[in-house]
Design a protein around this ligand. Structure first.
Ligand SMILES: C[S@@+](CC[C@H](N)C(=O)[O-])C[C@H]1O[C@@H](n2cnc3c(N)ncnc32)[C@H](O)[C@@H]1O
Length: 237
């Protein structure tokens, strides 16, 4: 059964979601593979990426060092966007294909590393480096509530100066969950949780992160919809 569930808090199936991302790495890999608006013109994802890169470039303009941990890094979009400014960058993702692709692309850059790993396990390991910026873009919607709490506790322990989050949200009063939804555009069954802005901000508050700046990211051309959009937040740790 394919379902859209409004308001109610239900879990999505982690294994199905992981399979979706493993499969996506099997075909052609590009920005459109990780930034999902497949029904939009190809240039839409470049525009969206450029807009986000400008936002992040503003944050880091006064950093003396840039040490990034990118959670759910996909094909290494942020390594690409920031490669000339990095001191070092660690990207983690549970999609084996994306990590292999990213590793190959940056094989000659010794400041950039990638690991195959679930975001839900970051509270179980000690990172050997210290990071001043955590980036997590387009990932939390694939993770259930209980795991999100643990992830934010781990962020607190890693203790970055800033966290940059970007996530698809519900613009309605309550969340929308796509639970094994049969997506024609994606040609796959798809699960994701569109939480409200307020729900995310409660996680930040509970874990001692202050919102410095937040706004919606998408317009009609880049994928904004009536019920959903993407929100970004710059958090101070
Ligand atoms: C929409 S893509 C965004 C990729 C990248 N953050 C970007 O902005 O280009 C979502 C990514 O999250 C990854 N992902 C989803 N759930 C994850 C989890 N629990 N642990 C690690 N990676 C996860 C997927 O494999 C995929 O690469």
């Amino acid at each position: 059964m394919s379902t859209r569930v409004y308001d109610k808090k239900i879990d999505i199936n982690n294994e199905d979601t992981k399979s979706f991302w493993l499969n996506r790495a099997c075909g052609e890999v590009s920005l459109r593979t990780v930034l999902l608006g497949v029904d939009k013109a190809p240039e839409a994802q470049d525009k969206r990426n450029k807009k986000e890169a400008d936002i992040l470039n503003n944050i880091i303009s006064d950093f003396s060092e840039l040490k990034i941990l990118d959670i759910g890094c996909g094909i290494g979009r942020w390594a690409d966007n920031l490669k000339d400014k990095l001191d070092f960058y660690t990207g983690i993702d549970y999609s084996k294909g994306f990590i292999e692709y990213a590793k190959n692309r940056f094989a000659s850059n010794n400041k950039i590393e990638f690991y195959e790993m679930s975001a839900c396990d970051i509270d179980k390991i000690e990172f050997s480096k210290e990071y001043n910026l955590i980036i997590c873009t387009g990932v939390l919607m694939y993770i259930n509530d209980e795991d999100i709490s643990r992830i934010f506790q781990a962020f607190k322990r890693i203790s970055p100066e800033y966290v940059y989050i970007q996530e698809s949200i519900s613009l309605m009063d309550g969340r929308l969950t796509l639970d094994n939804f049969k997506s024609k555009a994606l040609k796959a069954n798809y699960s994701a949780i569109y939480r409200t802005k307020a729900e995310y901000e409660e996680y930040y508050k509970q874990n001692g992160f202050r919102v410095l700046k937040t706004d919606l990211l998408l317009d009609d051309e880049t994928g904004g919809r009536k019920e959903t959009n993407a929100q970004y937040w710059i958090l101070k740790g």
